[in-house]
Design a protein around this ligand. Structure first.
Ligand SMILES: O=C(O)CCC(=O)C(=O)O
Ligand SMILES: [Fe+2]
Length: 309
């Protein structure tokens, strides 16, 4: 990580290996700084498969006309329908999923008559995006991705952080070397602890400089953005996804973005991550059943039962 300028004491951005046993340490590090780097998250051979899957879509994409992205970016969305390797190796990565399970799982107690039901809602996919930033691109404005869920936050210290404060967790995997010069994602360490009415300060941003296959995990409440690509000929390629809480609306509409025939090809655990599951109690059912029913038609065996837990 390199800082934009020498600055106030920002919390350290810690680095870890990709072993799932690091999940507890990563959760602690995220609570302190909001972001961590994972070295050697994906191998070159897996990166090559994902790039082959998405390159035609990047080439077909057109410059963005609004303000949110510079026109030199190209993007691919709906990765569940486009790259099984992206889903298996990025979204479903055991370390990332363990971190999300710890920070985004919600439990809720509610009386049904005199019986206290305890319901658990597990995380689901929020979005999938590939970002290619070409030479000449300007800085994307610093922003917090949790704005989509109207996440009202007040300023706290890291020791006051309560699980549940964040509505999402992002994973950014470098497809090419990402540097300060070529547009690495920059973010403000510690900004997840700010009041949501505090504006960002570019002078506090640090750059997630990654080798191909390294990853950056970040809480959705951190100020961040894609950066200017000041090189003449380097593409900055990042594969990203976010997970969110199981009872919030997904950023990217997974049911419209991806053909059901492709979703049917995934194992049950990935179908559930994509959102084909009930968030307990009673959220997201189809005919009061598991929504995976929609993928299997006549072949679906009714699961029945109540949908509290
Ligand atoms: O391109 C990046 O590194 C980040 C993009 C981003 O934050 C966004 O589009 O919300
Ligand atoms: Fe963002």
């Amino acid at each position: 990580m390199t800082a934009a300028q020498p600055c106030k004491s920002l919390p350290e951005v810690q680095q870890f290996g990709s072993d799932p046993s690091n999940s507890d340490k990563i959760v602690k590090a995220l609570i302190l700084s909001g972001g961590v780097v994972i070295r050697s998250f994906l191998s070159d051979s897996i990166l090559a498969v994902i790039e082959k899957d998405v390159r035609p879509y990047l080439e077909a994409d057109k410059p963005w006309e609004g303000k949110f992205f510079p026109p030199e970016t190209r993007r691919v969305y709906g990765l569940a329908g486009k790259s099984a390797s992206f889903m298996h190796n990025i979204v479903a990565d055991p370390l990332y999923q363990a971190v999300c399970a710890k920070l985004l799982t919600s439990q809720f107690k509610s009386y049904l008559g005199q019986r206290l039901e305890i319901s658990e809602s597990t995380p689901q996919l929020n979005n999938t995006v590939v970002f290619s930033i070409g030479p000449g691109a300007r800085n994307q404005e610093l922003h917090r991705d949790d704005m989509i869920h109207h996440n009202h936050l007040t300023a706290i210290g890291a020791d006051e952080y309560k699980i549940g404060r964040d509505t999402g967790i992002g994973l950014f995997v470098a497809g090419t070397k990402t540097t300060r010069e070529n547009g690495a994602t920059r973010f403000i360490p510690g900004s997840h602890l700010w009041d949501c009415m505090d504006p960002p300060d570019e002078g506090l941003a640090v750059y997630a400089e990654l080798n191909p296959g390294d990853a950056f995990i970040m809480l959705s409440s951190c100020f961040h953005g894609g950066s200017a690509n000041m090189t003449r000929d380097e593409e900055r390629l990042v594969y990203s996804c976010f997970m969110t809480k199981g009872f919030l609306r997904q950023d990217e509409n997974q049911y419209l973005a991806n053909p059901p025939e492709r979703i049917r090809e995934y194992p049950e655990d990935i179908q559930k991550l994509i959102g084909y599951k009930v968030s307990h109690p009673f959220l997201g059912w189809l005919d009061l059943e598991d929504p995976r029913k929609a993928l299997y038609g006549k072949d679906w065996k009714l699961t029945g039962g109540d949908l509290y837990t």
